[in-house]
Design a protein around this ligand. Structure first.
Ligand code: M6R
Length: 608
């Protein structure tokens, strides 16, 4: 998604804007631009391409010099990536950057045309907003912003400058995230905290419809009704290093290696006297005891964590769990009652479809629990209960450590629910919790154990056009994530299939040399999975098997075996996901792809 930044302070504004935008590159973008007040005039530089292209252009054509301005990385929605469609966009006296979508831009454009404002240069919805602001501008920026907000439908955040208000930046948030960073005599806006962490860790979170005015190195706030607001200053407890690559060639690899720490930080404070305790997250034993139906709703990787959660919760707590894709669930008029619990899982806490499901569930009176990584994000704030995962900032578009901690939370939740419902003996719960506490060490050991093999096996995958992931039970749930990881960064088509379902059609796809990655960590299902591996091997597949150190699998059926540590079967997904992440990572690297910023993807999907 697009990234917004803004700055008012003593530093060279262009340098700050470009540096801050580089920290938002992970969101995905296809063009970049800035607008800076230079001697009281707004100077714009923008281009299709990367930030390096913008810098090059400014070196050639002149770099705007000043101390206040706005910047943007654009992920095209309305209109192709091009110089002219790049942000900032301007009306006669107003220049803006915008993240999000204006749903009614066509009607607004028509309205402007009918009012003699036919000055559109681009295909974007953003330019319509710039023109509308200009139309309403009567010398009072706040009045004009409020009037414009009243007309706009959609989810968006805006950075705005007015030609006759030099050295001042205005910002407003409606759905799309926006923060205001407060440094020593300087102030920033940004779509996400990593953009400003180099300069300050103190920030304000803009809420729905709130307006910020950045001037003379500090910020003032107004409500949607124009009333002055006092806001709480928050502190980002990350250092710059935790939002940087720290010596790794890619964020994704760094984040894979951060998993042991992320799991430890997430589970340790929620375990007391050897048992899970989620009460600090608002989760009460009595509520868990009375649960009848659980719905886990999310998108992409987060939904896959929910799939693992389903198997574990149903197995241990004997309560029915439905997992659904947020974009489907929200439109299928789901049957929800006051007794149901809806769990929304989201790394960013800003995913548009997941947010919509949360509102829907609340409107139907269901209890809502958010499992979210980003503190203070919309989903975290709106849910009745929140379990924060403590993965730290996840920058690579392909989610790894956020998925791992979502799994860890699924286990904690399953253990506590099973205990509350009397389906798990305290002794067994202690045993499982102790095993979970050992996971950081096991994950670390697994990374070191499989990394070379994964690197090697990935060289066998790069020429494939298509491949299959197969598994049964928890292994099937896990292979969904393995498949998504591989396809999103290697661009090789892949599907995950329940191994027992192959014979009902899909096995006809197997041709000589086609890779099939089988996940076989569930001992109770091992024999059956091995039969399926043999079936595809007999039809020419190149088989890659992920199994534990002790699994007895006929060597003839396997081309490449990736052995992982053997632990409690229920917890195996947290181990088996590691080789799948590394296979995807190295396949992408070997293909020369942009690992951290795969094509067409954005980190945080804040539009529908
Ligand atoms: O921020 P969220 O967890 O709500 O994001 C949901 C998906 O967009 C996300 O998990 C996506 O599938 C991953 N980036 C894939 O690696």
């Amino acid at each position: 998604m697009c990234g917004i930044v803004g700055y008012v302070g003593p530093r060279d504004c262009t340098d700050v804007l470009v540096s801050a935008l580089t920290k938002l590159e992970y969101r995905g973008y296809d063009s970049a631009g800035i607008a800076v007040f230079e001697n009281g005039r707004i100077e714009v530089a923008k281009t299709k391409g990367r930030l390096a292209d913008l810098t090059q252009k400014m070196e050639k054509e002149g770099k705007p010099k000043g101390h206040a301005g706005i910047g943007h990385t654009r992920w095209a929605t309305h209109g192709e990536p091009s110089d002219v469609n790049s942000h900032p966009h301007s009306g006669r006296r107003v220049t803006i950057v915008h993240n999000g979508i204006i749903e009614n831009y066509k009607q607004l454009k028509q309205f402007l045309i009918e009012n003699d404002r036919n000055e559109f240069l681009s295909d974007t919805d953003t330019e319509v907003v710039a023109q509308l602001l200009d139309f309403y501008y009567d010398g009072d920026p706040i009045r004009c912003i409020r009037k414009t907000l009243h007309e706009l439908r959609g989810s968006f955040a805006l950075g705005i400058i007015f030609a006759d208000r030099p050295e001042t930046v205005y910002a407003v948030r409606c759905e799309s995230p926006l923060i205001v960073g407060q440094g020593q005599d300087e102030v920033f806006i940004a779509s996400d905290v990593p953009a400003i962490i180099k300069y300050t860790k103190n920030y304000y979170l803009l809420e729905q419809g709130e307006i910020a005015i950045l001037k003379d190195g500090s910020a003032e706030f107004r409500s949607l009704h124009g009333r002055p607001l006092k806001k709480e200053l928050l502190f980002a407890d990350w250092d710059e290093d935790s939002a940087e690559k720290g010596g790794y060639p890619h964020y994704m690899l760094k984040e894979i290696h951060e998993q042991p720490t992320a799991v430890k930080t997430t589970i340790t404070p929620r375990i007391e006297d050897g048992l899970p305790n989620l009460s600090e997250c608002g989760i009460i034993f009595g509520t868990l005891r009375n649960l009848k139906n659980i719905f886990i709703v999310a998108c992409g990787t987060a939904m896959h964590a929910g799939m693992v959660g389903k198997y574990v919760i149903e197995k241990l707590a004997r309560v029915s769990v439905t997992v659904d894709i947020a974009s489907e669930f929200r439109y299928r008029d789901p049957l929800l009652t006051h007794d149901d619990l809806i769990i929304i899982i989201s790394q960013s806490g800003e995913t548009a479809d997941s947010k919509a499901v949360l509102s829907l569930a609340k409107s139907r009176g269901a209890k809502t629990l958010a499992i979210v990584n980003v503190k203070g994000s919309s989903i975290a704030r709106e849910a009745d209960m929140v379990i924060y995962t403590h993965a730290g900032p996840e920058i690579a578009v392909a989610s790894t450590k956020a998925y791992m901690v979502q799994l860890a939370v699924m286990y904690l939740f399953a253990f506590e629910t099973a205990l509350a419902k009397g389906k798990l003996e305290e002794k067994e719960c202690r045993r499982l919790t102790a095993a979970l506490l050992k996971m950081p060490d096991v994950i670390e050991k697994t990374i070191n154990k499989v990394v070379d093999m994964c690197q090697y096996v990935s060289t066998k995958l790069i020429t494939a056009d298509s491949l299959l992931y197969i598994g049964r039970g928890l292994d099937y749930a896990l292979s969904m994530e393995g498949s998504l990881k591989l396809k999103e960064i290697s661009y090789i088509h892949s599907e995950s299939y329940a191994a027992g379902e192959l014979k009902h059609g899909t096995i006809s796809l197997i041709t000589e040399g086609m890779p099939v990655i089988a996940v076989a960590t569930q001992n109770t299902l091992l024999e059956k999975t091995v039969s399926n591996i043999k079936e595809v091997k007999a039809r020419g597949a190149m088989t890659i098997v992920i199994c534990d150190e002790e699994a007895d699998i006929d060597a003839d059926a396997v081309d490449y075996m990736i052995r992982i540590p053997k632990i409690n079967e229920t917890l195996m997904p947290m181990v088996a996901t590691v080789p799948m992440q590394l296979l995807a990572y190295y396949t992408s690297v070997n293909k020369g792809n942009d690992v951290d910023k795969p094509r067409n993807l954005a980190k945080s999907v804040t539009v529908e």
